[in-house]
Write a protein that binds this ligand. Structure first.
Ligand SMILES: [Zn+2]
Length: 250
């Protein structure tokens, strides 16, 4: 079976471990940045070495440096150096930001408490009023699209004016997105703590403050070509994912 591939099992096992620990894995966030800083630093020293040993051309009169070649060569190295220096500065800035985040104990405790709470939440079905509300949103959105289309047509009949009248004042509204497992949401909070915003906005269902986070489905879903990532808003009171703006899917 495809899903039983050992590498997928291993990825699932790693996720289970992260959830069982329930701690933000700062090491895995620091390591790639530290590696980037070291790599940039090494490359900058290499560039210095290349720059100071510019190409020389052997002629019958001896070794000379060609002015054009030297200029071209020098300009390229300066360009590379500039780009690398920029990467170096950015990586150092990222590390500084990360250190600030790691030092914020209250926020980290709140994030870990949130992840540990929601990992056990059950998927909740909509109540009948909520189902009606979702249905109304879908109907309104459809009517809106219809009105926008018909408005562009060069016709004038009663049906057209009726549709336009009905759609008056309507704006596009988002209905509930697919609901993903809460364990995956908890994992996303632990792996991207920097993207979590508490008290983001008000829940359209109950009015309580919602939380925004960067949702990234587990690594095993990407290995199976069904990964999803994007900005997710959840309501901790309704225990519902109220919106998901997908940015990546494979
Ligand atoms: Zn709510």
């Amino acid at each position: 079976m495809l899903f039983d591939r050992p590498e997928i099992k291993k990825l699932c096992e790693q996720d289970r471990e992260v959830l069982a620990k329930g701690k933000i894995d700062w090491i895995s966030k620091i390591l790639p940045i530290a590696k980037e800083i070291i790599a940039c630093d090494d490359r900058l020293s290499d560039d210095d070495f290349i720059y100071y040993s510019r190409p020389e051309i052997k002629t019958s009169e001896g070794i000379i440096k060609t002015p054009e070649g030297e200029n071209e060569w020098g300009a390229k190295i300066i360009e590379f150096r500039k780009a690398r220096k920029e990467r170096f500065i950015q990586a150092k800035r990222k590390l500084e930001d990360l250190i600030t985040l790691i030092s914020d104990k209250d926020r980290n405790d709140a994030l870990e408490a949130l992840a540990n709470k929601i990992k056990d939440w059950e998927h909740r079905d909509l109540s009948s009023e909520e189902k009606d509300r979702e249905l109304k949103i879908e109907e309104d959105n459809l009517l809106l699209v219809k009105a926008q289309f018909i408005d562009r047509l060069d016709i004038s009949d009663i049906e057209k004016s009726e549709i336009l009248e009905k759609a008056k004042g309507l704006v596009h509204r988002y209905s509930l997105p697919d609901q993903y497992p809460w364990k995956d949401v908890a994992l996303s909070i632990l792996s991207s703590p920097e993207d979590v915003i508490f008290d983001f906005n008000d829940c359209p269902y109950c009015g309580e403050k919602q939380i925004k986070l960067h949702f990234h489905s587990p690594k095993s879903t990407w290995a199976r070509n069904c990964g999803v990532a994007g900005e997710m808003v959840i309501c901790p009171k309704c225990q519902r994912q109220t919106s998901l703006t997908e940015t990546v899917r494979n």
